[in-house]
Design a protein around this ligand. Structure first.
Ligand code: B1M
Length: 220
């Protein structure tokens, strides 16, 4: 198992999308937990790519190729994850997207997939989503929650802008705003008045479920 996960990680480090795709396809037929293959194999690989990039060992092409390898693997793994149907009841409706100016979508898509598999009706708005669009889509879908992902320190303020615009429009109480993404934290979420912060896709499912059950989280 560990060896298989290492191969998944290595395929991302090598930016080898074909091998990543082949390994992901192999995982589908096997006994391996799909979420573990995603998190401890492919996601672990792309985080290592990010670290090497930060240290100046990798350059932008390696970053792009690593991301492409993960996306190719997820094109097989995410439908399988979504098909697991971890819950049959509709537990709530939400819109999710990556904030304006930010095109990172791997983590956001994973969160959306896990939420869908866990019984939430989720509308994925993609990347580079403005506060106005988050709000108009949430209103149109009669959403219970808005999930805003940010991967850059420079785009995190987009999460605050969303909450501020909700307040300006007088609909702050209508939606729970949940934030996430690598540079975010519990403190950041609290400082901007978000309902909650989740570190990963599993935590996001738990958090949103708990908030919608009215069992915890900050009041808006
Ligand atoms: Co970029 N990038 N990138 N990048 N990139 C980071 C984020 C960076 C930390 C790399 C580094 O320096 N080590 C750095 C940001 C530094 C900072 O702001 N402090 C960075 C930079 C600088 C940039 C560019 C500016 C580079 C440039 O052009 N010079 C540029 C910006 C483009 C833009 O957005 N405008 C850029 C571009 C890119 C690529 C396009 C090449 C590619 C993205 C491809 C894509 O997404 N389609 C890319 C990648 C791959 C990364 C790293 C290496 C990996 C991101 C990722 O996919 N992680 C990243 C380094 C890192 O994060 N360690 C980096 C895997 C993913 C599953 O994790 O997204 O964290 P993550 O999601 C997790 C949790 O955070 C959480 O759950 C997910 C699942 O567990 N989560 C949520 C996420 N959203 C959530 C929402 C929730 C709840 C939980 O509720 C709503």
């Amino acid at each position: 198992m560990d060896q298989f996960l290492k191969k998944c990680e290595d395929s991302v480090l090598a930016g080898d999308a074909d091998t990543a795709f082949a390994l992901a396809s192999e995982a589908i037929g096997g006994e391996i937990d799909i979420l573990q293959v995603i998190e401890s194999g492919f996601v672990s690989g792309i985080r290592e790519v990010g670290r090497l990039w930060e240290e100046g060992e990798y350059f932008l092409p390696e970053l792009v190729m690593g991301a492409e390898a993960v996306k190719k693997a997820l094109s097989v793994l995410e439908p399988a994850l979504a098909g697991q149907e971890l819950s049959r009841e509709v537990r709530g409706v939400g819109v999710i997207g990556t904030v304006q100016g930010d095109i990172h979508d791997i983590g956001k898509t994973l969160v959306g997939t896990m939420l869908s598999a866990s019984g939430f009706e989720v509308y994925d708005l993609g990347t580079d989503v403005s506060p106005a669009r988050f709000i108009s889509e949430a209103e149109a879908r009669e959403a219970d929650f808005i999930g805003a992902s940010a991967l850059l320190t420079t785009t995190m303020p987009g999460q605050r802008a969303l909450i501020e615009m909700l307040a300006q429009k007088g609909c702050r109480e209508d939606f729970l705003v949940v934030v996430g993404g690598a540079p975010c934290s519990e403190d950041w979420a609290e400082s901007i008045g978000a309902a909650g912060y989740a570190t990963d896709a599993v935590a996001a499912v738990e958090l949103i479920g708990r908030l919608l059950d009215g069992k915890g989280g900050r009041t808006p």
